[in-house]
Design a protein. Sequence first.
Length: 337
Amino acid sequence: MEHIIKGLPKAELHIHTLGSIRLGTLLAVIDDAGIDAPFESVEDIEELFQYRNFTHFISVYSQVVDCITNESHFERIVLEMLEDCARCNVRYVEASFSAYDHIERGMEFPAMVDALNRGIRKAKRQFGVESNIRIDLVRNAGPDAGMSVLDLIEEKPDNIVSVDIGGSEDKVPPKPFAPVYQRAKQMGLHLVAHAGEAAGPQSIWDALNHLNVERIGHGVTAREDPELMKHLKDKKIAIEMCPVSNVRTGVVSDIASHPIRQFFDSGLLVTVNSDDPSFFHTDLNNEFTQLHRHLDFSLEELFQISLNSINVSFLPRQRKVELRDSFEREYEQLGPL
């Protein structure tokens, strides 16, 4: 079964660009910049990447942000991210990029977007992976910073399809971002929010009611509210689930305790994603394998999750049809279990 999972066509809707940096690349960019860092080897980084809880994970992530000092680094980071995705037979990626984290450290938004798109174009030519960009407005920076990033997107919209708010959900609720999201929608951007990862179901309700999001990132705590579960199903709000991430940050105790099986069986539109694969020692093959091993997902069910990802993606309608047809042809050609 697991060798078949590797050949299953897939899509990634929730993957952070910086969270995908190869550990060797992280060391290389540190050396290139000539900066002091809290680690000097891959072993040091792996030791750092052991998280006590979600808050600790955010603090470690910030240390890695400090190591990126040149806009050009993002070309290599995203190219390697998409190469790693291609090894999992991922055909489409919505790459999340926390622009403000780097803007406040002195980097220029247009140069970063250009570097990302150079990497994306190379990945399409070299690996056949299609990708666009989602800008994480970084909730910790506040709504005013979010508005300033929208100003930058208006000036440099190249290949940017959506916005999101990640970060310390337990400290920064969605509601203050309502004007930011209203403006983003007027700009033609799709709307997503991290919610129900480090806060309870009210955070998800607030993202739905105040931000009018089309998809929810993580959404784990929806299981605590039957009315919310029904609402998500009835309104066909997709959930970008990241099982291994949730275990590594302590949101759930283990894969067997993850609510994705409950959500799937209840008819919710769930997708599976790797979130920050380098930080969590995972990839999409591993995510699917863990669901099969610990939650008894069949190949047919895993393929339905792949189709869900295409169906709720922010691709144009015709491109969705083309990818679905391609996925279905590939699925039919998979060998026996």
